[in-house]
Write a protein that binds this ligand. Sequence first.
Ligand code: FES
Length: 150
Amino acid sequence: MAYRVKINGETREIDAPQDMPLLWALRQELGMVGTKFGCGIGMCGACTVHVDGVATRSCSLPVGSIGDKEVTTIEALAQSPVGEALQQVWLEEDVMQCGYCQAGQLMTATALLTANPNPSQDEIENAMRGNICRCACYKRINQAIARVAQ
Ligand code: FES
């Protein structure tokens, strides 16, 4: 079945079963591979995108359920001033180690700072808790978010 989905400001057609996770539609059908596969069961955060601005696990979202909602992926993150600022500070703070989880980390951090521009350290830690980093870069991730929040 074909679906029209708003992704990064464009309407894209996806020909896929309605229960295909958005993650696979992005990666396999549209060739947008910035969004990563980690666990596939909504537990790690690697696949995080925004759906109407809300951080959402794309591995657990059937493409047939998106309807008119607006999807934003890491490929368009810099179109948001908050996302652009976070990407810059991410580089300055040398946050990444292996880098695999970082798209999901940035998407979650951008959703947090867009909704709450001045979060406390506890609010940052709570918001980011569901994004797993196997290199344990949590301190630098939280520092980078706190810098943009100032
Ligand atoms: Fe989606 Fe882990 S791949 S939460």
